[in-house]
Write a protein that binds this ligand. Sequence first.
Ligand SMILES: CC(C)(COP(=O)(O)OP(=O)(O)OC[C@H]1O[C@@H](n2cnc3c(N)ncnc32)[C@H](O)[C@@H]1OP(=O)(O)O)[C@@H](O)C(=O)NCCC(=O)NCCS
Length: 153
Amino acid sequence: MLSHLTIRLATRADAGAIAALSRDEIEAGLPWTWRAPRVRRAIDDPDTNVIVVGPPGAAAAFGVMYYAEDDAHLLLFAVHRSQQRRGVGSALLQWLEDAARAAGAQRIRVEARMDNEAARSFYSERGYHERTIVRRMYSDRLDGVRLEKWLRT
Ligand SMILES: CC(C)(COP(=O)(O)OP(=O)(O)OC[C@H]1O[C@@H](n2cnc3c(N)ncnc32)[C@H](O)[C@@H]1OP(=O)(O)O)[C@@H](O)C(=O)NCCC(=O)NCCS
């Protein structure tokens, strides 16, 4: 477990590194849809939190959380493979959950590929329930699963 870790809000300078992490860790084998301009729009969006770990321009981990009404939607989330299984993902997720609670969200939703055992295990150990399986969720090809965690009853 990490003794200390600096998590900060992303700036536009982080967009390229976040997009590259998305391409390599999340969208591998699929069309690359989270390119730098889209990430920059998320960073600029007041309804979205984009957080990172690492120096400007060289993020090693990040999360993108979008708020809509009472829900928070974790759109993108990744830790560089060289940094995985050291508690970085847990620390980022805790930060995002605390922010969602403070914002009054009742539920966090997230999706993962069916074949992404690491993510499914990660989320389920942190209180996320698998709600629906969606056939061909990704690029009309790969199955996905929708998960959710209720923050308040
Ligand atoms: C899922 C992910 C964010 C976890 O980040 P992390 O920094 O490794 O997570 P932590 O170190 O805080 O927690 C590790 C826990 O996650 C789960 N986990 C992580 N990698 C795993 C793997 N390869 N196989 C099984 N479980 C795994 C386990 O529960 C693990 O606990 P353990 O080490 O005690 O067994 C990371 O694996 C990742 O970035 N994956 C690629 C991108 C992705 O799948 N994003 C989520 C879907 S959008």
